[in-house]
Design a protein around this ligand. Structure first.
Ligand SMILES: Cc1ncc(COP(=O)(O)O)c(C=O)c1O
Length: 445
């Protein structure tokens, strides 16, 4: 299909699109050209309500003037600065702001450019930490089935999505996976945290690591407090607290991948706050800079950072790791302006205040055709559909296309619809999302 843009045909062939059915897309493109607050505008001038904060990242809404101006000012002042053996003020300010926002004790910040880089960085920091302390046996990394930690080799190794792993060989050795916590037999149609099975599932973790590995060989366990990308999988009550106890008992670092759950998504700064569990390391990205400029971060407990300092000579590079664009000045400026905006507009509190209206909207879909489960937490929803026989993903993708036609952007993974709007959404817009979904679901074969 040929599209016109600025009076010329848009060249469609060269761009190999990520996580996209390229041929299908190019035959019928969905092209966004601008965005403001809660809406995208597409190439035909249609307004599309953003039900997914872009890709779980535009938490403060689109094109917010204070962030845009901070970025413009920074580019015009210091467009780039090398981050190795050199600094610039915005990097230190951004790190300080993030440390102050993090759960108590996590106060050292390493910058990356994405969630994937944050995951791999956190895994490396965890491995190096034990080594720095002289604990050379702790080399194993444990993730979870249906976990998503980005697409780099560390992330896909601890991640639990077969489709993201199978093409790429063996990836990291010395990795194992815990069971996921999705249990529809016991917890279907949960409102907020599922009630059943949390402690039992976490106790199974201890049994598994003890039986198979000896916990003294494990460096870290990485989990998302709420798994987003594989379809909104919630932790049953008590699961994360018990997981914390098990990690502490066995000297295993607990990493929370908060790339999605950070920055108000659950109505609190972090998933750690929502579930009242303090991990040893947090990874984040996305909402850190409101999606405006790529940026990620790894926030660690001070003792992890200090172990590196203590074991290294005064003039040594303590952590041989970093990216050309770590703490990029423009990204750092975007992050500081974003964190300011979250605070000024009390957006995390706003998300918490909207949670009950959101929850009512999600569960209003109960009883519609093919709806197998509805679940919600903060401003996140998972709507799981019964798959069409032999055609996993077909029904949800049809809902996606029909919702797009009706001016609402949703996200799907398999036959699960995931919703995660910007935190500036209002009640009428929440109603619009669920009214459109109800209308569309009634038409799906
Ligand atoms: C929990 C989690 N970790 C890591 C990532 C990867 O982030 P990025 O796409 O910025 O590399 C994502 C992306 O959705 C995520 O949800």
């Amino acid at each position: 299909m040929t599209l016109e843009w600025n009076g010329s045909p848009l060249p469609m062939d060269a761009y190999w699109m990520p996580f996209t059915a390229n041929r299908q897309f190019k035959a019928a493109p969905r092209m966004l050209v601008s965005a403001q607050d809660m809406h995208f505008t597409d190439i035909d001038g249609r307004q599309i309500l953003d039900g997914t904060a872009g890709l779980w990242c535009v938490n403060a809404g689109h094109n917010r003037p204070t962030i845009t101006e901070a970025v413009q000012r920074q580019i015009a002042t210091l467009d780039y600065a090398p981050p190795f053996q050199m600094g610039h003020p915005q990097a230190f300010i951004a790190a300080d702001r993030l440390a102050k926002m993090a759960p108590a004790g996590l106060n050292r910040v390493f910058f990356t450019n994405s969630g994937s880089e944050s995951a791999d960085t956190a895994l490396k920091i965890a491995l190096g930490y034990h080594r720095m302390k002289g604990d050379h046996l702790r080399t194993k990394l444990i993730g979870r089935e249906r976990g998503y930690h980005g697409v780099n080799f560390g992330g896909i190794s601890v991640g639990g999505i077969a489709g993201n792993r199978k093409l790429f060989g063996n990836a990291l050795a010395g990795v194992d996976h815990l069971s996921h916590t999705h249990d529809l037999a016991r917890n279907a149609f949960s409102k907020g945290e599922p009630a059943l099975g949390g402690e039992e599932m976490a106790n199974a973790v201890e049994a598994r690591i003890t039986t198979l590995h000896d916990p003294s060989t494990i460096a870290a366990i990485i989990v998302e407090p709420v798994a987003g990308s594989t379809g909104v999988i919630l932790p049953p009550k008590g699961y994360l607290k018990r997981l914390r106890e098990i990690c502490t008992k066995h000297g295993i670092l607990l990493i929370f991948d908060e790339v999605i759950t950070g920055f108000g998504r659950l109505g609190t700064a972090w998933g750690a706050d929502k579930f009242d569990v303090v991990p040893d390391i947090i990874t984040c990205a996305k909402g850190l800079s409101n999606g405006v400029i790529p940026m990620g971060a790894v926030i660690v407990k001070q003792e992890i950072h200090d172990a590196y300092m203590a074991a290294s000579a005064e003039n040594a590079i303590e952590l041989p790791h970093g990216y050309t664009y770590s703490a990029h000045p423009v990204a750092a400026a975007a992050a500081v302006a974003t964190l300011d905006l979250y605070q000024e507009e009390k957006l995390f509190e706003r998300a918490a205040a909207l949670e009950s209206h959101w929850e009512a909207g999600v569960h209003s879909l109960k009883g519609l055709p093919h709806v197998k489960d509805l679940r919600n937490i903060g401003l996140v929803a998972g709507i799981e559909l019964e798959s069409a026989p032999g055609k996993v993903g077909k029904r949800a993708f049809e809902v996606y296309l029909k919702a797009w036609d009706k001016g609402v952007l949703i996200r799907t993974t398999g036959d699960i619809i995931a919703l995660s709007p910007p935190l500036i959404i209002n009640k009428e817009q929440i109603d619009q999302i669920f009214n459109v979904l109800a209308d569309v679901l009634k038409t799906i074969e």
